[in-house]
Ligand binder design. Structure first.
Ligand SMILES: *Cc1c(COP(=O)(O)O)cnc(C)c1O
Length: 474
């Protein structure tokens, strides 16, 4: 190991990592990046097949974003949002409100205000606190309780983790967390109500069911009303749940669930941390919609943005909410109605400048065309995976895909998680120069929007070879 590799081993504690395993391997030390390619200190190159953990949109070292950060740096890097305004944060807030505005919504229901923070978890934390306090203040719920979806992931601060529904992470959080209710996810491939036999296609397309999943959402709301009133909010990842294993929602699920929440006068928190900015959009049918919830015509009361907000260049997050929520916090000084919450780097000028450049790119014709092209190529290349018996389901929403590995596609029999098949496949991909991470037995592919057709072919080809290597067909 060289000096940098040794330094990491000696001092750095990595997130979500069993450090005993980490310390057995020589780490890959990333030194630079360009477009969809990462380069390490030994000069090896890799495709960034999960967009640097779901953050990067236009590729690394894009001149527009790098330039915007450099220009801002020549003025000032950061000034406080406590008691002071700044140009990029104000411009960005206006842009975010404009892009979140649905075509025909009632003014009270439109997103009108932006609260800045730093990460996905903090964006959720803000939404959670605002929703809980709003519910209390409007007399809808004395003891606010939230409803989220099975397998949900909303970040790792204590509040955001309480909304999460991944068993392993929940147990790790233990007694620090508060209670939330959960309801079944629309996981068509493994849905007990789906009567269809496995086919070589995305399970959402051939499923046979009666929307039992949304009936259960309805039942949860009814049960809640029977008790202490309403939920403070329904929290949902629109169109696709990321850390749950890229659980892609069948078309119409979000629309139905949104209508149920509205009918029960329950605010919706859209966690668009992974899905926003065209990542889980529809580049062909809805190229203007930069939020995934817009594709389903759902108007949330809160939208949480982070990962891709700056194009994946700097940590910055935003929580959008309505005028109605904002008004609940207005009052005279002595009334203590203020939202007592904030972070040192709230409204950071470098981050906001990067985000503005990101939005300029996203709304350009060239970027729209690039997303459409990438969506076509990705769909075509992913289809080649059906020839592998160990591929059970291939789920793609916009420019993000999950490939679920199984023992045998005919039975959907899962590969035992103890075998760490997802990790082994990703390690085999890394040896072929393609970097991504699995969620259990689901391999994630999330190309930066600049990935060329040849690179997409290489990425999917490396996945196919790695699956064949780790799970050879008998
Ligand atoms: C990544 C993620 C978060 C947490 O964001 P951080 O920036 O890692 O705190 C929250 N929600 C979703 C849907 C995510 O994918």
């Amino acid at each position: 190991m060289d000096r940098l590799e040794r330094l990491d081993h000696r001092f750095v504690w990595h997130p979500f990592t069993q450090m005993r395993e980490w310390l057995r391997e020589t780490p890959i030390v990333i030194a630079s990046g360009k477009g969809a390619v990462l380069r390490d200190t030994r000069g090896r190159e890799y495709l960034d097949a999960n967009a640097s953990i779901w953050t990067n949109l236009h590729g690394h070292r894009h001149p527009a974003i790098t330039g915007a950060i450099n220009r801002q740096l020549r003025k000032i890097a950061h000034s406080s949002a406590l008691g002071l305004a700044n140009e990029p944060a104000s411009l960005l807030a206006a842009r975010l409100v404009a892009l979140a505005r649905p075509a025909a919504a009632k003014p009270a229901a439109t997103l009108a205000k932006v609260f800045f923070s730093d990460d996905g978890a903090t964006a959720l934390e803000v939404a959670l606190r605002l929703a809980a306090e709003s519910a209390r203040r409007s007399g809808l719920a004395r003891r606010p309780r939230f409803l989220s979806i099975e397998g949900a992931y909303h970040g790792d601060t204590v509040g955001a983790a309480s909304l999460g529904q991944i068993g392993l992470f929940k147990r790790a959080g233990g007694s620090l967390q508060f209670k939330t209710d959960s309801v079944m996810a629309p996981y068509c491939y493994r849905c007990p109500h789906n009567r269809a036999q496995p086919e070589r296609a995305d399970a959402r397309e051939y499923r046979r069911c009666n929307w039992e999943c949304t009936q259960q959402v309805e039942a949860r709301f009814d049960a809640r009303r029977g008790k202490q009133g309403r939920y403070a909010a329904l929290v949902v990842e629109p169109r696709i749940q990321g850390a749950a294993g890229m659980i892609a929602q069948p078309s119409g699920w979000l629309r139905r669930v949104g209508a149920i929440a509205k009918a029960h006068q329950t605010p919706i928190i859209a966690d668009e941390v992974m899905t926003a900015f065209g990542r889980a959009g529809d580049a062909h049918a809805a190229p203007e919609s930069l939020l995934a919830c817009q594709v389903e015509g759902v108007a949330p009361d809160f939208v949480c943005l982070a990962k891709g907000l700056t194009g994946g260049y700097l940590p910055m997050a935003a929580t959008l909410t309505t005028q109605r929520v904002f008004d609940l916090f207005l009052g005279e000084h002595g009334e203590h109605r203020t939202f007592f919450h904030g972070h040192s780097f709230t409204g950071n000028q470098l981050g906001a400048s990067a985000a503005l450049a990101n939005l300029d790119l996203l709304q350009s014709h060239a970027s729209r065309a690039a997303r459409q092209r990438l969506e076509r190529v990705l769909a075509k290349e992913l289809a080649t995976l059906w020839s592998l018996p160990a591929v059970g389901d291939v789920r793609r929403v916009g420019l993000v895909a999950g490939v679920e590995l199984v023992r045998d596609w005919r039975t959907r029999a899962p590969v035992p998680t103890a075998g760490r098949v997802g990790n082994r496949v990703c390690a085999a991909m890394a040896r072929r120069g393609v970097l991504t991470r699995p969620v259990g037995n689901v391999v994630v592919l999330m190309p930066p929007f600049c990935m060329t057709s040849a690179q997409v072919r290489r990425m999917v080809g490396a996945l196919a070879e790695s699956i064949a290597e780790v799970l050879p067909s008998r």
